[in-house]
Unconditional design. Structure first.
Length: 190
């Protein structure tokens, strides 16, 4: 019986990709972010690699601390919001980005209630999502709710309006686990 060396090589090659691929991609993404931030000030980054990145990282954390803990910081943030919100054209971009970021991080997170949503009857199909409005009275749809359904392997999703009878709590799922489940295509490690 003749051994298939090429087939064995291909098998181990793909096994190696499965092992080093995710780690390599993660390192590359982090390094790319690091380098792009560091290159904002090229002369300093050449002499002191990582200094610009560290300043941006810690500067952002300090601004977050001052803007949330002290009255003067809160007033400055409020003033900045007010000014930017009244600039035509800029208001739409700024408020959209602010709302999206606030939905995922911070004290005003929106995706905190994971639910299962029935999206098909024959066959019965359920998708994981996040309850975003528990009532649609404001849109004259009193029996309806709105649910955000994230796409797998993407930073996007759908917002659907469905009868409240089509949803049920995703018991046993924290908001984080539900998002991991949705984004990973249902491949969730226990």
């Amino acid at each position: 019986m003749k051994k298939n060396y090429f087939g064995t090589f291909v098998k181990y090659f793909f096994q190696g990709i499965l092992i080093i691929g995710p780690l390599s991609a993660t390192i590359w993404i982090i390094w790319s972010i690091f380098k792009s931030v560091d290159n904002l000030v090229p002369h300093i980054s050449e002499e002191y690699p990582g200094l610009v990145f560290a300043v941006v990282l810690f500067g952002t954390a300090i601004i977050g601390f001052l803007g949330s803990k002290f009255l003067v910081g809160q007033l400055l943030v409020g003033l900045m919001d007010y000014i930017v919100a009244h600039i035509p054209g800029v208001k739409v971009i700024y408020s959209s980005i602010k709302d999206i970021l606030a939905s995922f991080v911070g004290d005003k997170r929106k995706f905190t209630t994971p639910v299962w949503v029935k999206v098909g009857n024959t066959p019965e199909i359920w998708r994981i999502g996040f309850l975003t409005q528990s009532t649609m009275d404001f849109a004259n749809l009193p029996e309806m709710v709105s649910v955000y359904l994230p796409h797998s392997y993407a930073i996007s999703g759908w917002v659907i309006v469905t009868p409240a009878t089509n949803i049920r709590p995703a018991e046993g799922f924290s908001a984080q686990k539900a998002m991991e489940f949705a984004l990973s295509g249902g491949i969730l490690k226990k």
